[in-house]
Write a protein that binds this ligand. Sequence first.
Ligand code: 2HG
Ligand code: ZN
Length: 462
Amino acid sequence: LSTELRSALVRAVGEEHVLVDPSLTGSYETDWTGRFSGRACCVVRPASTDQVSQLLRACADKHVPVVVQGGNTGLVGGGVPVGGEVVLSLTRLADLEDVDQASGQVTAGAGVRLSALQAQARAAGLDFGVDLAARDSATVGGLLATNAGGIRVLRFGSMREQVLGAEVVLADGTVLTRLSGLPKDNTGYDLVTLLAGSEGTLGVITRVRLKLVPQLPARAVALVAVENTASALSLLARLRTTVATLSAAELIFASGVALVRESAGLAAPFQEEYPAYLLVECADRADPTDALVEALGDCPEVLDATIAGDAAGARALWRYRETHTEAINASGVPIKLDVAVPVARLPEFIDRLPAAIGPAVTDVPDARTIVFGHLNEGNIHVNVLGVIGTSGGEDRAEAVEDAVLRLVGEFGGTISSEHGVGRAKTRWLGLSRTPAEIAAMTAIKRALDPEGQLNPGVLLSR
Ligand code: 2HG
Ligand code: ZN
């Protein structure tokens, strides 16, 4: 960190928010999984849009690239440095306005945690449409920048569908403010939704205007044992036509349940072990339990089912699903793939995974694959454990990634369904996007960030 840049950064945010000591910067330099890390030249922690603008101007002046970071819950290495960048941590941008009751919207700073946003919405009798396991750490800015999905996409869509406005600082310090939240506004290019999935490469999101959804406090949660993915899928198809209040359908398998039981000390959900389970949730104003029980009663796919009797029971069932990520990480650094294929082909895709992964891990006796995901979107998380950390592990990891992502390409799927491309998937972007699309994306990137200051190497190759 040059003295000149350091003084400019200190002028913008004050000495105590320019971190250089490795004992302070460490947690900003490694991603949540422990797979991606690099040394930053420093970490800066602005508290306002104006400070972000000053910081970006200073970095542009000195041609020092910037990595943008929210709650650091990303899983594709998009928010951590490679080496020498300034890490811009946005967690201090935590202003959360009162809910605007007239419009049913709220404006939140980029650093507001998802759980804080949800609490604010609920206190006003509303709710926020996106929910995911990292809710206590993930920030609104990061959720939008990665177009996060999660467990309620089936009902309310991804982040892109929740956003009505944003404030963003471009690489040269220019501030664009578009926060009036007009639901209908056709005055040209939609710069706000362009930010969804931009992964910090086009600008730094500092505030977000979000629409809220009706609060549906009455929940019915069931864990349903099924034979395989195909039966989970036909069960879901049936429920879609019989229960109007369906709000989540999460697919887990025996191997994942065994892992989370061991790791979190959970009891067996059923007396017998079954190959696969579908966790379904219905949400409404009036209790949807009877409707769900009745609907499940008519489904031949159901081998067994347990229905939560109250909120604590519902939370207990959700734990079989939500502790997957933590349990996986507790067993080692995973190879993580977040992919989707057209949902009708998901059973075939899952069946072909072992043969695709196998050749890349033949001499790794401890390699094991845990698969789980969001059934409605054909979105599954393929986690391969026991490879990284062995000798030649990174090369083997690349072979595993290559095999799975090529299979995804063959199925007409996407190499990143909800986590983003980050640094992890850049080289495979061509499997999901045509050369013409990548050229158009590159042109947009160059127009807004001609010097390549923001998140270089993330999403698009350098
Ligand atoms: C989830 O669905 C997250 O819980 C994390 O997207 C997935 O850990 C993963 O692979
Ligand atoms: Zn997920």
